[in-house]
Design a protein around this ligand. Structure first.
Ligand code: ZN
Length: 206
């Protein structure tokens, strides 16, 4: 079947099976969507049973300079350190040990610094992360959920952001989900060019 005349079925929700291969795709991800999705993908690495948070930091040229998720410090085994939220023995709760995604993403940076960058994060940062964000020079935070808006840690974080000029805005996704389909890469295999011919003699050496 000749797919060249088939057009995209929809313009916004992820990838469509049929598309016009002679025109620019219209169902590509917007920057905000792409970076927030990157943060959410990173969150899938988290071992935390309750809260999986991911972060993606980008510079003003929209280049990713850091990615992170919440987890135990290096050398502190995921299997040996506690994941409990509450425990009779306070020493056995995760809060004392887990590195939040924001801090990890900043420390994971692949650039000299994160000055003037913006951070995409699934959940509004806590006060401890707000301090790190401010001190690192990050200038804006794009978050998805503000479910702990009444918690003292969030209120303190906003107070510090407001005082130090770090802007923050909520990201409202256009699509509820983005599907990553590993077979997508072969969607047009029926229109694949013939196999690469066997090597021919280099004309320069003839
Ligand atoms: Zn935090």
């Amino acid at each position: 079947m000749d797919r060249t005349n088939e057009t995209a079925q929809n313009g916004s929700s992820g990838f469509s099976e049929e598309r016009d291969i002679n025109r620019k795709r219209t169902d590509y991800l917007e920057w905000d969507e792409y970076f927030m999705a990157t943060a959410f993908l990173a969150a899938k690495r988290s071992k935390d049973p309750c809260t999986q948070v991911g972060v993606c930091i980008v510079n003003r040229n929209n280049k990713v300079v850091g990615v992170g998720y919440n987890g135990m410090p290096i050398g502190c085994s995921d299997n040996e350190f506690p994941w409990a939220k509450n425990s009779a023995n306070k020493l056995e709760t995760k809060h004392l040990y887990v590195c939040h995604a924001e801090m990890n993403a900043i420390l994971n940076k692949n650039s000299a610094d994160v000055e003037d960058c913006r951070m995409y994060v699934g959940l509004f940062p806590c006060n401890e992360c707000a301090k790190v964000i401010i001190q690192s020079g990050i200038k804006s935070v794009v978050y998805m959920s503000d479910k702990y808006s009444q918690k003292i840690t969030t209120i303190a974080a906003k107070r510090m952001f407001d005082a130090s000029g770090v802007r923050y805005r909520q990201y409202i996704p256009q699509n509820k989900q983005i599907v990553i389909d590993f077979s997508e890469i072969n969607w047009n295999e029926m229109t694949q060019e013939p196999q690469t011919p066997s090597p021919v003699k280099n004309s320069l050496t003839d």
